[in-house]
Design a protein around this ligand. Sequence first.
Ligand code: GRG
Length: 291
Amino acid sequence: MDIQKILRGKQEQFETYIADLPRMESGTLRDAMAYSYLAQGKRLRPSLFLLAAETFGADSQDLLPFAAGIEMIHTYSLIHDDLPAMDNDDYRRGKPTCHKIFGDGMAVLAGDGLLTEAFQMMISIRDIVEPARLLGALEMAASHSGIQGMVYGQSLDIEGEGKPLTLEELKTIHYYKTGALLSFSMASGALLAGAKEDEVKAMDFYGRKFGLAFQITDDILDATGSFETLGKPIGSDQKSHKTTYVTLLGIEGARSEARKAMKEAKVSISKISRDLAVFHSLGKYVIERDR
Ligand code: GRG
């Protein structure tokens, strides 16, 4: 199975949909939101959401507004993470960061605007999904992106700055910071498509482990990648003396930790009786990715 091709296909499906959304362009706030949202991201979270939904029998075209909401939450987190008060990054998705173009205040608001607009988008599928399933998916959106999820992970990240971290502490940070939104993407796709409770839980667990492997390769790419492919400068972890999987385990040790996480991810979905070939192939993507 050519997993790269499948992901490219989902990315194209998603890009075609968001290109036709009413442009977010009247006024500076909307310009700032569109500047980051429409930039060249991998669209991994919406793609995984669409693939999970298809796996459990949905027509993914119907669920594109929900996918757009997921990417809005992700984009908001990137804008806020890049601010001088957080990671203070100058480049993202191959261009100057949102605050470099629009100023810090407007970038804060662009993030806020994307977060709230995300919920509008996700709610907009209310006529085509069972209300209980949509409510469950929205509850999951709030818990996985908020103070029990990504925002909590970011707070642990800030508290850990400048301190040497153990492997367990690092894993906890990324369980929330990176894993929560990825697991939300896959579990909500399954839930909206009609998956059973234990199947949704298994997809959630899979997403956490996938998130861990994804973060480990992010650390490896920060040490070994290039600006051209990543769209942001490399070596930022080393510059800020951050504890990463690479500083703790070395490149090869980090790679084997990522492989271990993906093995555990696969075990978690082994009892689901659906065609999960795509999810079994994602390990290859996550470990070998170069961007
Ligand atoms: C500010 C609330 C708040 C949260 C920030 C996601 C995040 C939490 C910060 C981004 C910084 C970072 C390196 C996080 C690790 C997760 C990660 C690798 C994000 C980048 O996601 P990609 O690689 O980016 O999918 P694209 O641009 O391709 O969408």
